[in-house]
Ligand binder design. Structure first.
Ligand code: GAL
Length: 666
């Protein structure tokens, strides 16, 4: 069943208001709510004293209106009594300073007493709600994140290292601790990469970032184990933070969950320098979240009003809330839960606007959600469970992401932005894309792009090489194959383990200052020789070792040498891109790559119109999304019915500003 819901905080409002809330929700088509993820001090007002009576009453009332419930374990926001008793449970930042009380997410994920409290509240909630028929699932904590550098974590890091290295001799060798006399004689000597220690050993820093990521994975696992044992019929999920969050290996965090949920905010109070929304950013976030398990996801928090803590974001324009929600669905959402039901009068998030304003009287945003509720009531069953089938994959490596945090290589280079640029070029052409883990099975893809696989463990290299050998079309970009699994530079010519498959060697490289640039000229037969595109940031100087040149640099001491190459290897081809371009560069490149891969856009549309598809068995659903505030015309090229209105479309159709169509063959 397609779930359409809200994040609801009954504890923020007088109980006398609850019936009106439930009535308004049901009238808007709401069939699920998430509750309690920040209600620890209401559920356990003092150490070991539990009170679920208020929550029971809220759940009963919602259930009477046909609304199901997801419960959040409340561990993102510990009560003052807990933190007061354990001052060493506060997280320590990279500057070595301990957090204090006042916000949320201030806890250390490895602290033994904190973990014991987390298990106890999870156990108490699970026991209490295991048989409540209104409860259908659980959200662990809330948006796990942030590295902790406290002494407990340092102890645990040293223990983690013992499990990952044979002995200290091996560790010293693999990290090259001989440099600057860092040779460790005891595990307890190994420090965390605190800012006070200066620029760290890259091997140590990557190990610590992996450990910090694992510490949340294991913290979550304790809650999962309890919930699985107590509530075998309930699902377990967590609300992830999209593509942008970069401190946890999200593939690992997702592994033992039933499905991924994530929080989709497109107008934030921090991004006020422009009122423009990039639709590709929302699409990339959604495709990444689908990619964590290669499975449909839930939106656990879909923006429903202006965001705001100290500042207030641009208000969602009329139609935007609905458009963003349909964009999420277009990329694989099987549920939309809006954050939040009603804007809170108190607290840090006083200005984080919900569907209802502070006064609680329905207005424009409520009407927009109710309209969508009607549409979902009509079309939800057609959409639910249908899947995205992409022929293009982009490889996302959290190892590379962490390693670039340690050494960006060039101040203008940003790994996620690099992925985003390539993704945006495909998105602009209405090409469905999967985001995949470096060791995922690639055999089903016509085109695989592996941007800057900077850290390249043997198994990842083998996976990419095998894909090409078996007939795949692989694209690798600059700074790939530079480091081994320990963040140590490989002892071979770059791109290291990918040199042979790419048929090139990096003779040298040039890291460009912001006022330096180059340009490339495409020279492959069949490409327009005149096509020039500006590049910068980084230029690999390449020697051909079997590959052919696709584009040449036009300037500087390496003018006339290859910037982009193509190599036939086994039954497939590998393309190497040795430099970083702007949008026109990736537009030209992806058009050529799509031709090579024999892939066609889903539909030719004006620039602001996005098209995606989901498949319900053999039935294709086309999502047509107008991201502009003006009317746009498209011709889907066939006879379709719009599932949202039941209208037939067999010719050019005009989309309203921020309009949406969900088309199925008539
Ligand atoms: C999310 C978080 C919510 C709320 C929202 C708005 O990141 O999960 O609890 O804080 O942002 O700030």
């Amino acid at each position: 069943m397609f779930r359409f819901g809200v994040d609801y905080y009954p504890e923020h409002w007088p109980e006398t208001r609850w019936p009106e809330d439930a009535r308004l929700m049901a009238a808007a088509g709401i069939n699920v709510v998430r509750l309690a993820e920040f209600a620890w001090s209401k559920m356990e007002p003092s150490d070991g004293v539990f009170d679920f009576a208020w929550l029971d009453r809220a759940i009963d009332l919602l259930a009477a209106h046909g609304i199901a419930v997801i419960l959040g374990t409340p561990t993102a926001s510990p009560p003052p009594w807990l933190m007061g008793a354990h001052p060493d449970a506060y997280r320590v930042g990279p500057d070595g300073r301990r957090w204090t009380y006042g916000n949320r997410r201030e806890y250390c994920p490895t602290h033994a007493a904190y973990r014991a409290h987390s298990r106890r509240i999870t156990e108490a909630m699970a026991q209490h709600y295991a048989t409540n028929p209104a409860v259908i699932g659980w959200q662990t904590d809330n948006e796990f994140g942030d590295r902790c550098y406290c002494p407990t974590c340092v102890d645990n890091f040293q223990g983690w290292l013992r499990g990952h290295y044979e002995d200290l001799t091996e560790l010293n060798e693999r990290w090259g601790t001989v440099f600057w006399s860092h040779i460790y004689n005891g595990w307890e000597e190994i420090p965390p990469p605190l800012a006070t220690g200066g620029s760290p050993n890259p091997g140590l820093a990557l190990a610590f970032y992996r450990f910090a990521s694992d510490s949340y994975v294991t913290f979550q696992q304790e809650q999962i184990d309890i919930l699985r044992a107590q509530c075998p019929n309930h699902f377990i999920t967590h609300n992830f933070m999209g593509f942008g969050y970069d401190r946890i290996n999200y593939f690992d965090l997702a592994r033992n969950l039933d499905f991924v949920s994530w929080d989709n905010y497109q107008r934030m109070q921090w991004t006020m320098s422009t009122g423009v929304i990039d639709p590709a950013a929302g699409a990339l976030a959604a495709d990444t979240m689908r990619g964590l398990k290669q499975k449909n996801f839930w939106i656990m928090e879909q923006q429903a009003g202006s965001g705001g803590w100290e500042m207030v974001s641009v208000a969602p324009r009329p139609g935007e809330i609905r458009l963003w929600a349909y964009q999420s669905i277009a990329h694989g959402a099987d549920a939309i839960v809006f954050f939040r039901w009603r804007t809170m009068r108190y607290g840090t998030e006083q200005y984080w606007h919900g569907i209802l304003d502070h006064h609680g009287i329905p207005g424009r945003r409520y009407d927009e959600v109710r309209r969508m509720g009607d549409e979902i009531t009509r079309a939800g069953n057609d959409i639910f469970g249908s899947t995205v089938r992409a022929k293009v994959a982009i490889v996302l490596s959290y190892d590379a992401r962490f390693a670039f945090q340690i050494q960006p290589n060039n101040p203008q280079f940003d790994y996620p932005r690099h992925i985003g640029q390539i993704y945006r070029a495909l998105h602009a052409q209405n090409i469905p894309v999967d985001i995949v883990a470096p060791t995922d099975d690639l055999s089903g893809y016509a085109l695989v792009i592996a941007p800057s696989v900077y850290v390249l463990p043997d198994d990842v290299a083998a996976n990419l090489v095998e894909y090409v050998r078996d007939g795949g079309l692989l694209v690798v970009t600059q700074r790939s194959g530079v480091k081994d699994d320990d963040n140590t530079v490989v002892n071979m010519k770059l791109p290291g383990l990918l040199a042979e498959v790419c048929g090139i060697e990096v003779a040298e490289y040039d890291s460009l200052a912001p006022d330096m640039s180059n340009a490339v000229e495409f020279v492959l037969p069949g490409m327009t020789r005149e096509t020039m595109a500006a590049v910068g940031t980084w230029c690999d100087v390449l020697e051909l070792a079997g590959a052919e040149a696709v584009a040449l640099y036009t300037q500087d001491y390496y003018a006339g040498t290859p910037a982009i190459t193509r190599n036939h290897f086994g039954a497939g081809q590998a393309i190497y891109i040795g430099t970083v371009g702007g949008d026109p560069f990736y537009a030209t490149l992806t058009q050529w790559l799509l031709e090579l891969a024999a892939l066609e856009p889903l539909m030719e549309t004006p620039a602001p119109v996005e098209v995606t598809e989901r498949w319900q068995g053999d039935r294709r659903l086309l999502f047509v999304l107008n991201h502009s505030d003006s009317e746009q015309s498209v011709n889907p090229g066939g006879a379709f019915v719009d599932l949202l209105t039941n209208e037939t479309i067999d010719d050019t159709v005009t989309l309203a500003p921020r309009g949406v169509l969900v088309l199925a063959a008539a």
